[in-house]
Design a protein around this ligand. Structure first.
Ligand code: UN1
Length: 496
């Protein structure tokens, strides 16, 4: 009997108003039903938004460091429950437990970081142009924030948004992905135990109808979104028309460049981890490898040998290196891209390209083999479009300038990587690569929670999560002028 999970609204666990629900299954074993979750619509969002708006009236007045104490407590609870949460996350979204533990750890780091920042929500002051007058500016909370996230980092990515938003004094309506809804409820349990008052944090489960209701709700003033560029762009136009603040983290087509002078073993390990870690299902995943022509054939041969040995299986099983793809729809999308790649005249699928059904471990889940295309050129769809699966496209470059040109030739600009021992080349690349994140001798994945995270071009809309920059998203500026001269001093009147 599948467990029945609920929404979390105003501190209570409740069904959807309509009674509708959806099912969530383990991607490594489609017979394993994790449970049913409320299929929420605008009426559920309305209840959550109302609770959040009401709670905002008092939450915003709690001294920020006191809010920080609760976030620190949330971090402690995450530490205590780390193993259990990681296993639940792996069961619902598939990546190996060593990865979901890292995911929880990122939420822990974010909680402690946000707690600390509540003592530093710095504004600034500046001299007035008039005598006996003081100019100050403060960061103030905005109100109810709508948070909509993807399933691939079910704790870390929501925590990047939720915890800074709470630290700043906002309240939240959170819609987790339908593919990782249980993790959303676990987050609610953690925050409730940490002492976050009823109504401050609300979870509504559902699909696009629920997401659209959040985006369109007039009381929800900020939208924080991680997901596809197609959905993000739609959110931006709808929410933009309502003058909402919108922070978007969307697609990537991230590349790693390998130069002949690089430590090639290191570059090889980096490419394998960047391309096939999390089954390639990260917005930061290495989906293109750009190799200098002098080492092209040799590097590919070594890569294929290693990639072919990656242990595929259920993430809950010891020794698994790569878990399943998230669901059947995504598996079909990956298959479709492999078909498209095979049809391009020059590209060759040199490894994988099929579902991994070979063993008992993989027969019942959405597994796909590590897949490598070589001789890909920059105009091909598999070089330009985000696939979000274990598919790596390899391109050849003549020199560093050519490699950077190829790297930049995509609609996206999230992460990037260069392997080289040449410090001059490294700095040139840092200057010329169009991406929010550039790694030198590090794969394209693995951003740290206290550094700005986000991308340029089709990846984002100018905001950065992570670190201090997240606090910019979740606050507005209030400027205050205090005149203690006792007389009317007129600014912007020509006194000169
Ligand atoms: C994502 O896939 O949405 O840098 C985020 C990384 C992770 C975050 C990925 N820390 O790869």
């Amino acid at each position: 009997m599948a467990e029945t999970f609920k929404n979390y609204i105003n501190g209570a666990w409740v069904d959807s108003r309509s009674g509708a629900s959806f099912e969530n299954r383990n991607p490594a074993d489609r017979d394993d039903v994790i449970g049913t979750f409320p299929q929420s619509d605008a009426t559920d969002v309305e209840a959550a938004a109302r609770a959040a708006a009401e709670a905002y009236k008092t939450w915003r007045l709690i001294p920020a460091p006191k809010r920080g104490d609760m976030l620190r407590a949330a971090g402690d609870i995450l530490v205590r429950r780390k193993d259990e949460l990681a296993r639940a996350m792996t069961r619902e979204m598939g990546k190996p437990v060593f990865e979901t533990k890292g995911d929880v750890q990122e939420a822990i780091d974010t909680a402690y970081y946000a707690a600390t920042e509540t003592r530093r929500l710095f504004g600034y002051n500046a001299p007035s142009e008039l005598a006996n007058k003081v100019n100050l500016s403060f960061r103030v909370p905005i109100g109810v924030c709508g948070i909509i996230t993807a399933w691939n980092f079910p704790m870390a990515v929501p925590s990047w948004k939720i915890l800074p938003a709470l630290a700043c004094g906002n309240t939240i309506v959170y819609k987790p992905s339908e593919d990782a809804p249980h993790s959303g409820n676990l987050m609610a349990e953690v925050l409730e135990e940490a002492g976050i008052p009823a109504g401050v944090f609300n979870v509504v489960h559902g699909a696009s109808e629920c997401g659209a209701a959040i985006v369109e709700h007039p009381e929800i003033r900020v939208i924080g979104f991680t997901g596809s560029t197609v959905v993000g762009n739609e959110i931006a136009s709808r929410a933009g028309a309502m003058n909402k603040k919108v922070s978007l983290e969307m697609g990537g087509k991230n590349a790693q460049i390998v130069m002949p002078d690089a430590d090639l073993n290191l570059a090889l390990e980096g490419a394998l981890w960047g391309a096939f870690g999390t089954t390639g299902q990260r917005c930061t995943a290495t989906s293109r490898l750009i190799i200098h022509e002098a080492i092209y054939d040799d590097f590919i041969n070594r890569l294929i040998t290693k990639a072919g040995k990656i242990k595929i299986g259920p993430g809950l099983e010891e020794g698994t290196e790569m878990g399943p793809v998230i669901n059947e729809k995504q598996l079909k999308r990956v298959e479709e891209y492999v078909r498209i790649g095979r049809e391009e005249d020059k590209a060759v699928c040199i490894l994988g390209g099929d579902r991994a059904t070979g063993s008992q471990d993989t027969a019942n889940g959405w597994f796909f083999l590590p897949t490598i295309f070589i001789d890909v050129t920059r105009d091909m769809r598999i070089a330009r479009e985000e696939i979000f699966g274990p598919v790596l496209s390899i391109l050849k470059a003549r020199d560093l300038s050519d490699a950077i040109d190829i790297l930049n030739d995509t609609p996206y600009g999230l992460s990037s990587s260069l392997y080289t021992a040449n410090v001059n080349d490294a700095f040139r690349a840092i200057r010329d690569i169009e991406a929010g994140i550039t790694y030198i001798n590090v794969p394209t994945i693995g951003a740290e929670a206290h550094m700005p995270f986000g991308g340029v071009k089709g990846t984002g809309n100018g905001h950065r999560e992570g670190g201090w920059t997240a606090f910019d998203i979740f606050t507005e500026w209030k400027t205050v002028y205090i005149d203690y001269s006792g007389s009317l001093q007129r600014a912007q009147i020509d006194n000169y």
